[in-house]
Design a protein around this ligand. Structure first.
Ligand code: ADP
Ligand code: MG
Ligand code: ZN
Length: 482
């Protein structure tokens, strides 16, 4: 983007809460991929005469997400009707919150950037149904509506316009997803639509502090899409402004296939919705004792975990970011590294980043389903750190442990993977290697340090890879001393 402009972005993120039932009725929330309209009742299809009843679990998850996002909870929040007609909304209003949202004034750290993005407000609302447009099928030709998703609980998390680049938008969303997942409020599976994002973006002359006219981009269903769409939209707006034009205040759609945003409709204002408090629902009161219980239930959050992994185990930023990107992966590492010193903990982190993650991915398993108990992974790292096992040996032992179970020490012994550090044994291999490689030995003696490589290689061959390389190097150097 041209340096003449600064990017200003604010995100509105909808997150599906991980409840078993819907927000105002007992219908199950597992309707994704199920036959259409099999998770519905008179309440979530807007039949006359029904009354909504708030799902307590949804309120609790919303509070927990808000607390984890450093928000202030409203003592009482109020449900409001957002009125509009659309075929996926049978009541012709959505139950949401407007003037009195559940929470305000939070923030999220941008890991690595050393600053945070403020959260303006979080409100609780119900999802709408889903339209399906069938073309080319004789019986199904036309538009259909599936209400399985109608009434599923969502929170909408609205940021301040504090985001300054598409990369920061990506980092914000990634951080938000991590925190919400840690809090257990949502699984945030974007492929199932459990986390959806609308991005508001405008440009302003570099060095100024006002806001330009924004476009709102919808239909962003992956982190990648958010970044790509914002990059495209910033370029487009920069061109409009640079040529003396005005950016239209409008809603645009991201077309991922073509990599462009396109106008969808002119932006609606709040007044278009005729919000008013829903007379069917009492205010949601954030009782102090209840909130304290929920707060106590929150786990250690990602930022705190990253800090602790650095101070307790001496992990670098890259390792702790990778390991904390998923709560159960972080817990696996924590259990593996318990009691290890920094060097062994780093080795455990490496084994997880390579071997464990590769196996989990190949077998489609979550970290908590790892076949190798964390304690044995820690034991393996300790064996490498203590010099019993080479990193190659560790790989072989890991494979055997993953497939057959058992303890690390026993497996290493059974497979004969331990390195030999015994001086007498290594000295015998070194002597044999020097005798068989007279030229290399002579070169090394003459001061060609590189000749040591082939001698070490010869010892490794003789020992079938078991000689401890540290001892081998030392004994070779000692043996050529005059
Ligand atoms: P609406 O409810 O109409 O979508 P809001 O005022 O609630 O609008 O803002 C929605 C989001 O848009 C917020 O994240 C806010 O920070 C962001 N936003 C508002 N104005 C701008 C702007 N000029 N440029 C970029 N983002 C903006
Ligand atoms: Mg909006
Ligand atoms: Zn229902």
């Amino acid at each position: 983007m041209s340096a003449a402009f600064e990017t200003v972005v604010g995100l509105e993120v909808h997150v599906q809460l991980a409840t078993r039932s819907k927000l105002f009725c007992p219908c199950p929330t597992d309707g994704f991929g199920a036959p259409p309209n099999t998770r519905v009742c008179p309440v979530c299809t807007g039949q006359p005469g029904v009354l909504p009843v708030l799902n307590r679990a949804a309120a609790e998850l919303a509070f927990e997400a808000a607390l984890a996002l450093n928000c202030r909870l409203a003592p009482a929040s109020v449900f409001a009707r957002k009125n509009y007609f659309y075929p996926d909304l049978p009541k012709a209003y959505q139950i949401s919150q407007y003037e009195k949202p559940l929470a305000r004034d939070g923030w999220i750290d941008l890991p690595g950037a050393g600053r945070h993005v403020r959260i303006q407000r979080i409100h609780l609302e119900e999802d709408a149904g889903k339209l399906l447009h069938a073309v080319g099928s004789r019986e199904l030709e036309g538009s259909w509506v599936d209400f399985n998703r109608g009434g599923v609980p969502l929170i909408e998390i609205v940021s301040e316009a504090d985001i300054r680049s598409p990369e920061e938008a990506y980092a914000y969303l990634k951080g938000l997803r991590e925190v919400v997942q840690y809090a257990g409020a949502s699984r945030c599976d974007m492929e199932k639509g459990e986390l959806r994002c609308d991005a508001n973006v405008s440009l302003r002359p570099a060095g100024t502090s006002g806001f330009g006219i924004r476009a709102e981009i919808k239909n962003l269903n992956s982190l990648r899409a958010v970044k790509d769409a914002l990059e495209y939209e910033c370029r487009r707006q920069a061109e409009v402004l640079a040529s003396g034009g005005r950016v239209a205040q409008e809603t645009r759609l991201w077309d991922a296939q073509r990599g462009v945003t396109e106008p969808m409709r002119s932006k609606e204002g709040a007044e278009d919705y005729r919000y008013f408090p829903d007379p069917d629902l009492p205010p949601l009161v954030a009782d102090a004792k209840w909130v304290a219980e929920l707060k106590a239930r929150l786990p250690e959050l990602p930022a705190a975990k990253r800090e602790r992994f650095a101070s307790q185990y001496g992990l670098g930023a890259g390792d702790s970011e990778l390991l904390t990107s998923d709560r159960s992966l972080a817990e696996y590492f924590d259990a593996a590294a318990r009691g290890l010193g920094p060097a062994a903990a780093k080795l455990a982190a490496n084994l997880i980043a390579t071997e464990v993650l590769a196996r989990l991915k190949a077998e489609g398993l979550a970290p908590e389903a790892a076949r190798l108990p964390a304690a044995e992974l820690g034991a393996l790292a300790a064996l490498v750190e203590g010099g019993t096992l080479s990193s190659k040996g560790a790989k072989a032992a890991f494979a055997a442990l993953w497939e057959k179970g058992g303890s690390a020490a026993e497996t290493v012994a059974r497979l004969g993977l331990a390195q030999v550090s015994d001086e007498a044994q290594v000295a015998a291999w070194v002597a044999a290697a020097l005798a068989a490689n007279a030229k290399a030995a002579a070169d090394l003696k003459a001061g060609n340090d590189r000749a040591i490589g082939s001698l070490v290689g010869a010892v490794m061959k003789l020992s079938r890879g078991k000689a401890d390389p540290v001892v081998v190097n030392r004994l070779i150097k000692e043996s050529i001393k005059p």
